[in-house]
Each structure stands twice: as structure tokens, then as C-alpha cells.
Design a binder for this molecule. Structure first.
Ligand code: GLN
Length: 488
């Protein structure tokens, strides 16, 4: 059964949860005592919101879908969640995910897998991951918007496979305070919704400076970026333009040829072509561009993300964090490390353990030169290539406004979010783990470069949704939302 419904008042959301959650398994904790406060007049008043289970809330354990944190109630609430509540939003529940954000299908969860709302009774498709619970909840009408996290595509991939919009802002736009770390230099909180406009309004509420997160953009950097983006002459031209049917007149869109990978399916290629044509009709100029190091980003991502994860997850040893497991014979174990090992062995799932081991290995003295360092180099090269291709200077690196030749640069890039439609939701044991890493080939470059990217639904293929992705220069989030609004 295709499960969708398009309005989400509190009553409608609760109805959808009662009807569909047992089948889809999108929400792992549901709040029952929501009331729209009569004193709130925020611009998100009464909006129903689902929160990925790796964000600290007061409504449910911040479990990360892991036995290790199964009963962990955070003593504080994530800044993004507090900001949504302040704007009047209602938290309706916490969403399923891959354990600690590690996965692309929402299959590695202690609560069991989530299923794509587009599945039928015979075909159980994956909603994508790791924010698959958030995406499936929005797509099936259990909430109006959802928060997810995106380290390598975890907001955009499930958005594409569930037929909704998923936005990963520039690194640091939204505070990570209260988001459980996976790969700290890549992690971003993202927003999922059925329309770009809903995303824009939620983004406005949560994209604020926060002294609790030292990587969150400061107020002065935000002002500097605003100055750079507003100084573009074509923006002013567009605002006074009377050509209503060509609202994106003057915008240059790049088609990066390296995203035409071997794995790209015919339908993904088709929606890419259709998307470019649509943007052209809206007034954009379409040009082909090249980012030569894109083919190396997937291995670089899986080296760097795992290296950071191995360090971030070291804290779940049962001393300060994590469910402590007592083994009858721990008293006889020779040292403390072995006692911690019991907690980790039982608390963390196989995929998480695999990644901690891989991450620890690439950071070891012997492997560092061969894996970690080259991956950092690839990351830097990709950042340089993005900076070269975008007309807007990168606010982090350019002390003075360098004027680039407009004819050789673009304002945004267009490419598919995934190589194909959603795969079947297999059980964790019947698939080679590494084969699912390939799903992220289209999404990881934006995280490595810290640039904003958004996935917009682009039609169905054999009854399953596909998404198109737009990416822009670091800080150019508003432009991205504007372009996305016109093509959704
Ligand atoms: N699928 C990717 C991974 O497993 C991305 C996950 C994410 O963005 N949290 O690392």
C-alpha cells in the first residue's frame, strides 16, 4: 500500500501514526500529551515535528538506535530542538535511524528496520538512511517536518527515496549542540519536509549562532556571508524583473560531469536531463563543469568519517556513557580495558563495531600515511575544485572579494541524489555491508566540502520516487532554497 497523506495537523498526525506506524516503523517513541500552547505565537505554531533519535530531547531517550544508549535520557536538549519549540512546533516523537547514523537504509537499528511508505504488501523497500525514520514519518503524514542528521547524505538520500525534500545546510549553519557525534567535521543537522517552503521556515528558526557549539557559524560570519551573497548583481536584476515565467533568469547552473558514474541508472539520468531542461525554462543558463576529484570522494569519506567515528565512539565504554554490561567473570579479567570491552561488545551493533575497527586501523601508525593522509588531501582538493567552480567566493578562505570571470563559474550545481530508486529492505545479514556504501556516491562530496545541498523530489519511476540534488557555495543556502522552490 502506498501510504501518503498531505496535511498534518496534530490530529491528522496522530491518526497517521495510529494507522501506519506499526507497519512502517518510522517512529520509535511517540509523545501522547501534545497540546498547542495558547501563548505561543511563533511562526511554526502547531507544526508537528519528528526528531531523529540521535538528537537530545526531553521527550524520549537519545538512543541512536543502539543498545549502548537504549535508556539514555539527555540532561539537556539540542539547540535546534529548543529553537523549534520556541517557534511553536510540537515534538510528536523520535524517529528510527541506522545505529549512530551509520548506514544508508535504516536497517541497522535495535528497533528493527523502517519501511518505505511507497512499499506494497509484497515489496518492502528501504526508506533510505540513516534518517529513514524521519523521512518515512514525513512522507506518510505522521508529522509536517522532521529533523535528521547528514554526515554523508543521511538526510538527502532518504528524502529522495521517500519522495520528499531534504536539506543539508552549510556546515555550521545549524548548531550541533545536542547532536550525537558521528564524524564531527562532516555532521550537519538537516530538515525534511514535503515542501521547500516548510524547510525554509523551519531553517529560519534553527539556523542561529550558538556558543555551545564552537563549530557553529558566528553572527559575524553570517553577516559576512549575507554581504557576499547580496552583492551579486544578477540577484538585484532578478528582483526587479517583470518576467514572471522566468524567475531564475541570470542564474548559472553547472552540470558536473563526474557525477555521471557507472552505477547511474537510466531513470536517474533521465530525471537529471529533465531537471536541467526545467531549470533552463525557468531562465537558468546550463553549463557543463568538471570537478576532477569527485571519483575519489567515496573512499576518502569512508576513511575520514570512520576515523572520526572511532574517536567519537570511544566514550561509550559504560563508565560515563552507555549501558554498562556486567559479565559474571569480569572480576577475573586482567585489566580495565577488557571490562570496557564487554560493554562495547554487547552495546554496539556489528556495523558500528566494524566501523570503529576500520577507523582505528586507518589512524594507526602503519596505515595513517596510506589512508588517512591521502584522504585529507582529496578532501582539500575537492574543496578547492568547488571554490573554483562557484562564482561566489568562499567566505572562509577569501579575505578580499576576488572577482571571478562569470563565464567560467556557476551559482549552483545539479545532479541526481541517488543512482537509482530505493532498494529492497533486506535483513542486515543477507547483504555485503560494503555494497551499500556505494549508495552514498552522490551525496558525500557536499559533506567533505561543507557546502549546502538539497534533494528535491523529481517524479516516480516504477512507482518509486527519485530525487534531484542542488548544491551551492558554502553559505549560499538561501539561493539553494530559492532554486529548489522553483523546481519542486
Ligand atoms: N551512509 C553514510 C554512512 O553510513 C552516511 C551516513 C550519514 O550521513 N549519517 O556513513
Amino acid at each position: 500500500t502506498v501510504v501518503r497523506c498531505y496535511s498534518t495537523s496534530l490530529e491528522q498526525a496522530q491518526h497517521a501514526i495510529r494507522e501506519h506506524n506499526s507497519q512502517i516503523n518510522a517512529l520509535v517513541h511517540v509523545t501522547t500529551d501534545n497540546k498547542i500552547s495558547s501563548t505561543t505565537d511563533g511562526h511554526l505554531r502547531g507544526w508537528t515535528v519528528a526528531i531523529k533519535s540521535n538528537l537530545a530531547t526531553s521527550i524520549a531517550p537519545t538512543s541512536c538506535a543502539s543498545h549502548g544508549l537504549e535508556n539514555f535520557i539527555s540532561p539537556y536538549t539540542a539547540t535546534a530542538v529548543t529553537a523549534l519549540e520556541r517557534a511553536g512546533a510540537l515534538m510528536i516523537g523520535s524517529a528510527n535511524m541506522d545505529e549512530f547514523g551509520m548506514g544508508s537504509k535504516t536497517q541497522y537499528s535495535i528497533y528493527g528496520p523502517t519501511f518505505n511508505p511507497y512499499s506494497s504488501s509484497k515489496t518492502n523497500y528501504s526508506p533510505g538512511g540513516s534518517s529513514g525514520g524521519s523521512a518515512a514519518a514525513v512522507a506518510s503524514g505522521m508529522c509536517r517536518i522532521a529533523l535528521g542528521s547528514d554526515t554523508g547524505g543521511s538526510v538527502r538520500l532518504p528524502a529522495a527515496w521517500c519522495g520528499i525534500v531534504g536539506f543539508k545546510p552549510s556546515y555550521g549553519r545549524i548548531s550541533r549542540f545536542g547532536l550525537v557525534s558521528y564524524g564531527s567535521s562532516l555532521d550537519s543537522i538537516g530538515i525534511l519536509a514535503r515542501s521547500v517552503n516548510d524547510i525554509r521556515l523551519a531553517y529560519k528558526a534553527i539556523a542561529i549562532p550558538d556558543s555551545n557549539d564552537m563549530t557553529c557559524m558566528s553572527a559575524s560570519l553570517r553577516t559576512r556571508i549575507d554581504g557576499l551573497t547580496r552583492s551579486r548583481s544578477w540577484i538585484t536584476r532578478q528582483e526587479t524583473s517583470s518576467r514572471k515565467n522566468r524567475p531564475l533568469e541570470g542564474v548559472r547552473i553547472g552540470i558536473p560531469r563526474e557525477f555521471w558514474v557507472n552505477e547511474l541508472s537510466d531513470h536517474a539520468l533521465q530525471i537529471w536531463k529533465d531537471g536541467a531542461q526545467k531549470l533552463e525554462q525557468l531562465g537558468c543558463e546550463i553549463v557543463s563543469v568538471s570537478l576532477p576529484h569527485i571519483p575519489h570522494t567515496l573512499p576518502a569519506y569512508y576513511t575520514l568519517a570512520l576515523a572520526e567515528a572511532s574517536s567519537n565512539l570511544a566514550r561509550y565504554d559504560g563508565v560515563r556513557f552507555g549501558t554498562r554490561h556486567k559479565c559474571p567473570n569480569t572480576a577475573n579479567l586482567p585489566n580495565a580495558s577488557l571490562k570496557y570491552a564487554q560493554t562495547r561488545t554487547r552495546g554496539l551493533g556489528a556495523e558500528v563495531q566494524r566501523r570503529i575497527l576500520l577507523g582505528t586501523y586507518v589512524m594507526s601508525a602503519a596505515a595513517y600515511q596510506h589512508y588517512y593522509l591521502p584522504s585529507q588531501r582529496i578532501r582539500r582538493l575537492v574543496q578547492i575544485e568547488f571554490n573554483r567552480v562557484f562564482a561566489l567566493p568562499n567566505a572562509l578562505y577569501s579575505s578580499k572579494l576576488e572577482v571571478k570571470e562569470r563565464s567560467t563559474t556557476v551559482d549552483a550545481l545539479l545532479f541526481p541524489t541517488s543512482t537509482d530508486t530505493a532498494p529492497k529492505q533486506n535483513t542486515a545479514s543477507d547483504e555485503c555491508p560494503v555494497s551499500s556504501y556505494v549508495n552514498d556516491v552522490m551525496t558525500v562530496p557536499a559533506n567533505l566540502a561543507g557546502i549546502p545541498a538539497i534533494s528535491v523530489p523529481s517524479g516516480l519511476c516504477n512507482g518509486l520516487p527519485l530525487g534531484l540534488q542542488l548544491a551551492a557555495q558554502y553559505g549560499d543556502d538561501d539561493l539553494l532554497l530559492r532554486i529548489a522552490h522553483h523546481i519542486q
